[in-house]
Design a protein around this ligand. Structure first.
Ligand SMILES: C[S@@+](CC[C@H](N)C(=O)[O-])C[C@H]1O[C@@H](n2cnc3c(N)ncnc32)[C@H](O)[C@@H]1O
Length: 267
């Protein structure tokens, strides 16, 4: 073989080899990026149908790890209150995790119906859903009647954050699990927004005088300040270090504008 032919063959071999390596590496990265972990809600696909609110498999499954799996000791055998219980997704998951009893509070009638249907196999002695404004319902519950309070996807749909926390405090729970949107601001602020009360995910219109329904989204420093003002020590779920490779539909947790935390009475 002439020198030129040998050189061409060597170069093309190296290019071919390098290209193969790049393609393999990209393929591996692509596979990892697409790696959606299976989870709890895959077995219960009815929850992808009974809610119009971010009922995506990856989101519900990863939230299940953060809300239920990370807090099994605070749920198993406990009387659990689910504020803003929606279609019963977290009430159902808590009962499956061994909760002794669930009380769900939810303003919207069609969601109470969906939740009751979704939980029917547990038997009515294991759960009750109360329809109405969560603030009013909370004020009527007996202190000491609830062990664990889940306040999920609700804290950023309200205007009276400290009143809500005081109503929670009044019940003297052992554990509180909060999952909430937070405003991306390093200062301790509440960012106001107008919600669409016709959306089932948004704030319920509780007063007839309201022309627009407002909600205050606290920044994380503001949330911390609210919680610590009651002597509570929040422990945050470490969303970035639990092996999530595919952030589809959970980028709010990845980008720090949503958090999950727990407070224990004895800590
Ligand atoms: C974003 S969804 C959260 C659903 C579920 N807890 C979750 O985290 O996946 C907010 C829920 O709060 C309910 N809600 C809004 N305002 C309420 C109020 N004042 N009292 C009770 N429920 C309310 C809505 O109907 C909706 O089901």
């Amino acid at each position: 073989m002439s020198y030129v032919a040998e050189l061409v063959s060597d170069v093309s071999y190296k290019i071919g080899h390098a290209t193969k390596r790049v393609v393999l590496r990209a393929g591996r990265r692509f596979a990892q990026a697409n790696e959606i972990r299976p989870g709890f809600f895959d077995q219960y696909p009815q929850f992808f149908e009974t809610s119009e609110t971010t009922a995506f498999a990856n989101r519900l499954n990863e939230r299940h790890r953060a809300i239920i799996d990370a807090n099994r000791d605070a749920i198993s055998g406990k009387r659990v209150l689910d504020i803003a219980s929606h279609d019963g997704r977290w009430s159902f998951a808590a009962l499956k995790a061994g909760a002794a009893h669930i009380t769900g509070l939810e303003a919207r009638e069609h969601l109470i119906k969906a939740a009751t249907e979704n939980l029917r196999d547990f038997g009515s002695d294991r759960f009750q859903f109360i329809q109405g404004d969560a603030y009013k319902a909370l004020a009527q519950l007996e202190p000491g009647s609830i062990d664990t309070i889940m306040c999920l996807g609700f804290f950023y749909h309200v205007t009276e954050h400290m009143t809500l926390l005081s109503l929670i405090e009044r019940l003297k729970p052992q554990h509180i699990i909060i999952d909430t949107g937070v405003a991306a601001d390093a200062r301790s602020v509440v960012v106001w927004q107008v919600e669409n009360h016709e959306f089932e995910s948004d704030a319920f219109k509780t007063a007839n005088v309201q022309k627009a329904v407002l909600a205050g989204v606290p920044s994380k420093p503001a949330l911390d300040m609210m919680l610590t003002s009651l002597g509570w020590k929040p422990r945050y779920y470490d969303w970035k270090n639990v092996g999530i490779r595919n952030w589809a539909h959970i980028d709010d947790y990845q980008e720090d504008y949503r958090v999950t935390l727990r407070v224990d009475a004895n800590r």
